[in-house]
Design a protein around this ligand. Structure first.
Ligand code: ARG
Length: 585
């Protein structure tokens, strides 16, 4: 089903074609009115056209209004300001559209006409270390994008690109071999490996023999030494088990977990291909991609422009002078694989802002290599503590993700216990899990991802404000109406909407599809959060002004349908953010 915006867009585009022979697909011709008192949508078509033809915009606006005067979708359009044309949706149109959506499991959102094969690369932790707070955003954002693209009808492959290869393993293997306290490993393998890593890494800074020994272990691993390979494999197994526990608490799943090591065999071929194609060249024994001068200087990721305007090379290293491959080589091989095996159209990477240069160079190299992929780097800022510095534990350590999830649940449980001391313990526990984890996820997703945000438990767990508890509670309140009623919403032939609050709620319900497209097009789930928050607000207003259970006849049935569609929209929207709902609280 078309959203009202799409409906008005199509009508105005057709009018533009009739009046001016304009290209129908040239829009957008229509956007929401900044102030809803003046209408629901507006177009500046008359102004654009008047400028082109040197005519009076208000006269052209009048022409458009005359051409559109009678319509089933909107009232007679009005001219405003210098030549805007404003549209107000008819209540009858809103009622019919709301009715249609209430009978559709997809709530009127149609799947993509041309589904894309979309690979989403998120979380990607470096293993033999615990997940920490820094991994939260990538995991949560990526998961939400995967859900969103899937719902929109695309063919999504989620892939966890684990950092399971590289210099850190020389250090971990050496540390593990030298350490005698293997009991710790049995009890808490990942905690232990992380400790061993930190200790050995620190020691190697002042002791060359340790650094050399670590290098030797790495070379042995890379050469396939059975003992080191076996150790490396067991570290990976333990890491995967520990990761899976956290992912399952977060309700995050991956279709594939192909770590960096998966691509080892491909790396020499990738370097050769780029050399043969003249994309990479040798430089002081190493091999790198340099600028080919085709991009404007300011957009060229292979050069750095200095203050005075002078510039120097910023090569993309794909083979080190010692013959080793690196992160860049692996990512190129991964792209090749995703193209060949997944037939990807699009690849979305979700990482923090510090990797922007890496991906700019990777994407520019891919272009020259002609893989023909649509590549997107979805980057995000940091999570800050109250002191506006990256979030740390009280003693200055990194915040473990596990501990963060525990605390979210504990705090949610405390709040729930205060509200509902009568509930049984395991019910409270279940609720705390949904509300606590949901609140943590929502606090992250509701942010414009490019900004840093300050982490605040009280804010994110509040039952009022733009939070998951508030939205889950709105859903719960609607479900309570149906419990009182003793049945679900009735099947009706039509809806009647008369009150302003009913119409405002219905209009919001019709915009659901727009919020999803916007969030997906810009890879920003926070647009969906804004939508859900506004929807819940309009529902509360409606519920205040329009009694449901004590009303009668078509008024009552129509209101019940509005309630049911609101609940369904909240539940679906939250699910696309990876947030669960409960029926009762
Ligand atoms: N392991 C990387 C890190 O921790 C993230 C991987 C992102 N994905 C990729 N294909 N480069 O920073």
């Amino acid at each position: 089903m078309k959203t009202p915006r799409q409906e008005v867009e199509a009508i105005v585009a057709a009018t533009a074609q009739t009046l001016y022979g304009a290209d129908v697909s040239a829009g957008p011709y229509v956007r929401p009115c900044p102030d809803t008192r003046h209408g629901d949508f507006q177009t500046n078509l008359a102004m654009v056209q008047a400028k082109k033809a040197g005519k009076n915009p208000r006269e052209l606006a009048q022409q458009i209004v005359d051409a559109l005067a009678e319509h089933s979708v909107f009232e007679k359009p009005e001219i405003a300001g210098p030549g805007f044309v404003n549209f107000r949706l008819k209540a009858g149109y809103c009622a019919a559209q709301t009715h249609a959506r209430s009978q559709d499991v997809r709530l009127g959102v149609e799947p993509a006409v041309q589904p894309l094969k979309v690979v989403i690369d998120y979380s990607g932790p470096n293993i033999a270390k615990e997940l920490h707070v820094g991994h939260l955003r990538s995991t949560i954002l990526g998961d939400s994008l995967a859900r969103l693209f899937r719902f929109l009808g695309h063919n999504v492959i989620s892939d966890n690109h684990l950092g399971d290869w590289g210099t850190q393993f020389g250090i971990v293997i050496l540390g593990y071999k030298r350490d005698t306290n293997k009991e710790r490993f049995e009890q808490d393998p990942i905690g232990y490996l992380e400790e061993v890593y930190v200790r050995t890494q620190n020691a190697s800074k002042t002791d060359d023999t340790i650094r050399e020994a670590a290098r030797a272990e790495l070379v042995k691993l890379q050469a396939g030494d059975p003992e080191n390979v076996a150790l490396w494999k067991s570290f990976i197994d333990h890491s995967l088990q520990s990761l899976d526990r956290t992912y399952s608490r977060l309700d995050v799943k991956f279709d594939y977990t192909l770590g960096e090591s998966f691509y080892n065999d491909r790396l020499p071929g990738v370097v050769k291909a780029l050399l043969d194609a003249g994309i990479a060249r040798e430089t002081e024994g190493a091999i790198a991609v340099f600028s080919d001068g085709t991009l404007p200087q300011k957009d060229d990721p292979f050069i750095v422009t200095e203050k005075g305007g002078a510039f120097r090379d910023n090569p993309f290293l794909i083979r080190k002078s010692d013959g080793g491959f690196n992160y860049a080589t692996t990512d190129l091989a991964t792209l090749q694989y995703r193209k060949e095996h997944f037939h990807a159209d699009k690849v979305i990477y979700v990482t923090d802002s510090r990797q922007q240069m890496h991906f700019a160079q990777l994407f520019a190299t891919e272009k020259r290599w002609n893989l023909g992929l649509n590549l997107q780097h979805v980057w995000f800022g940091a999570i800050l503590g109250a002191d506006k510095k990256p979030l740390k534990t009280r003693d200055g350590g990194t915040v473990k993700l596990r501990a963060l999830l525990d605390e979210a649940q504990e705090r949610a449980e405390k709040i729930i216990t205060e509200k509902r001391p009568d509930l049984e313990a395991d019910k409270r526990n279940d609720l705390a899990q949904v509300v606590g984890i949901g609140a943590l996820k929502y606090a992250d997703l509701a942010q414009n991802r490019n900004l840093d945000y300050v982490f605040n438990w009280d804010k994110l767990l509040a039952f009022d404000g733009n939070t998951a508890p508030y939205l889950i509670n709105a859903y719960v309140r609607i479900r309570a109406i149906f419990r009182k009623l003793g049945s679900e919403a009735p099947q009706v032939e039509r809806l009647v909407l008369a009150e302003e609050a009913e119409i405002a709620l219905a209009k919001k319900l019709l915009d659901f599809g727009d919020s999803l497209t916007l969030a997906a097009d810009e890879y920003r789930p926070h647009y969906l959060c804004v939508y859900l928050f506004e929807l819940a607000g309009l529902f509360h207003k409606f519920y205040e002004h329009c009694p449901v259970l004590i009303s009668e006849g078509e008024t009552k049935t129509s209101r019940l349908v509005l309630c049911a569609l609101t609940a369904q929209t909240l539940k679906t929207g939250l699910a696309l953010l990876g947030i669960k709902t409960v029926e009762q609280m």
